[in-house]
Design a binder for this molecule. Structure first.
Ligand code: GAF
Length: 373
C-alpha cells in the first residue's frame, strides 16, 4: 500500500496554445488529489472517491477494453483510462484498490482531472512499471482524458501536474516537450498571485473546447501549415479570409508571443510587475478573439484591475472557472473585497479567493508525513 499525490494547476499564460503545438507557463497548486493504492492479486479493480461516495466502481482488469464504458460513472473513466493505457502498453496489472480524495475544486478550471489521472499514473508506475518515463506518463494521462473521458485536450494540465516543481513556473514547448523551470518568487517582490474561483460552472466547456480545437485546425489548414505554431506572425493570420478563423489564429499567435516574452522577462529576474500588462492582454485576447470568457470572469478581471491588481486574466479553458490576478501583497484583502462586491452587485454566486505559491509536482507521499508537502 502507498499514497501518491498530484496537484491541480493555474496557467500563468499560454491558454489554448497546447493543442496548437505552442508554449505554456503553468505552476502547480498546493491543492491536489491523493491516491491511496493497494495491490490485489485477483484481477479486481475497485475505485472509491471521497468526492463521489455513491459512485463506487468494482470491475476487473480483464473488463477494461475500450468499448462498453458507458456504465462507468464519468469521474471513474479518468482513472480507469489510466489503468487501461498501462495495460495497453504491455504492463501487467494483477488488480488494485484505489481510494481517491481531492482538494482541487471540480469545474473551477484548476485541472482537477489531471490531478486525478496523474496521481493514479505515478502510483501505477511505482507499483508496476518503474521504467515508464515522465514523457510516457504525460502521454498516458492525456490519452486517458482524450480517449476514455472524451475531452480533446492538449498536454498542458498533465505536464503541469507531472513536471512542475515548488517555487517555479514550468516553461514548456508542447511541440518538442522541452521544458525549463523558471523561479517565481513573488514574495521577494512583495507580490502575490490571487486565484479567484468564480463558482460559475464551465458548462459549455466540452462542446466549445472541441469547436475551438477544430477552428484552429481549420485556420492552420487554410494557411497551409501543420499547426498554428507554424504561423508565427500576425500578417500571416491577416491572410485568412474568414474573420472567425482570423480571430482564432490571432489569439494563438499573440498568446505564444506573450508566453515567450513573459518567460524571457522572468528568466532574467525582472520585477514581475513588468509582465502584468501582458497578462491582461492575454485576457482581452481570450475574451475578444478566442471568445472563451464569460461574464463572471470578465467581472472578476475588471474588479481586480480597478481595485489595483497589476494584471489579471482567466486561467484554464474558460467558459467559467477561475481567474488569476497579480496583486501587491498588502492589497490582497482590498482586491478580494472589491471582487466580492462586484459579484454581489450582479447577483453572481459569491467567489472564492485564495493566494497561491508554486507547489511541488506529482510525488509519492512518505508514510511518516501527514501532509503531501
Ligand atoms: C484545458 C485543457 F485541458 C488544456 O489542455 C488547455 O488547452 C487549457 O484548457 C486551455 O489552455 O485546461
Amino acid at each position: 500500500m502507498g499514497r501518491w499525490w498530484a496537484p491541480g494547476r493555474v496557467n500563468l499564460i499560454g491558454e489554448h496554445t497546447d493543442y496548437n503545438d505552442g508554449y505554456v507557463l503553468p505552476l502547480a497548486l498546493p491543492l491536489g488529489t491523493t491516491c491511496t493504492a493497494r495491490v490485489r492479486p485477483d484481477g479486481v479493480v475497485r475505485l472509491r472517491s471521497r468526492q463521489a461516495p455513491r459512485d463506487a466502481v468494482d470491475t476487473t482488469t480483464a473488463a477494461l477494453d475500450s468499448s462498453g464504458w458507458s456504465g462507468f460513472p464519468v469521474w471513474s473513466r479518468y482513472p480507469l483510462g489510466v489503468i487501461r493505457e498501462f495495460q495497453r502498453r504491455g504492463h501487467e496489472l494483477p488488480g488494485i484498490d484505489l481510494d481517491l480524495d481531492s482538494t482541487v475544486p471540480i469545474g473551477a478550471g484548476l485541472s482537477s482531472s489531471a490531478a486525478l489521472t496523474c496521481s493514479v499514473s505515478i502510483a501505477l508506475r511505482d507499483l508496476f512499471a518503474p521504467t515508464v518515463s515522465a514523457t510516457d506518463l504525460i502521454d498516458i494521462t492525456r490519452t486517458a482524458e482524450n480517449v476514455y473521458a472524451g475531452v480533446p485536450t492538449g498536454a498542458l494540465d498533465q505536464s503541469a501536474a507531472l513536471l512542475c516543481t515548488a517555487g517555479h513556473l514550468l516553461f514548456l514547448d508542447t511541440r518538442t516537450g522541452a521544458s525549463e523551470q523558471i523561479p517565481f518568487d513573488l514574495d521577494h517582490f512583495a507580490l502575490t498571485l490571487l486565484v479567484v474561483d468564480t463558482g460559475s460552472p464551465h458548462t459549455l466547456v466540452d462542446s466549445e473546447y472541441a469547436a475551438r480545437s477544430a477552428e484552429c485546425a481549420a485556420a492552420a489548414a487554410a494557411l497551409g501549415v501543420p499547426t498554428l505554431r507554424d504561423a508565427p506572425t500576425l500578417p500571416t493570420a491577416a491572410r485568412l479570409p474568414d474573420p472567425l478563423l482570423r480571430r482564432r489564429a490571432r489569439h494563438v499567435i499573440t498568446e505564444n508571443a506573450r508566453v515567450r516574452q513573459i518567460a524571457e522577462q522572468l528568466r532574467t529576474g525582472a520585477d514581475p510587475r513588468t509582465i502584468a500588462p501582458l497578462l491582461t492582454a492575454g485576457h482581452t485576447s481570450l475574451r475578444d478573439d478566442f471568445e472563451v470568457s464569460a461574464p463572471p470572469l470578465d467581472t472578476a478581471v475588471t474588479a481586480a484591475l480597478t481595485a489595483g491588481a497589476h494584471g489579471a486574466r482567466l486561467t484554464g479553458a474558460g467558459f467559467g472557472g477561475s481567474i488569476i490576478a497579480l496583486v501587491d501583497r498588502d492589497r490582497v484583502a482590498e482586491v478580494s473585497a472589491a471582487i466580492r462586491e462586484a459579484f454581489s452587485a450582479k447577483a453572481f454566486t459569491p467567489p472564492r479567493t485564495f493566494v497561491v505559491t508554486p507547489a511541488a509536482g506529482a510525488h509519492r507521499v512518505r508514510a511518516s508525513t501527514t501532509s503531501p508537502h
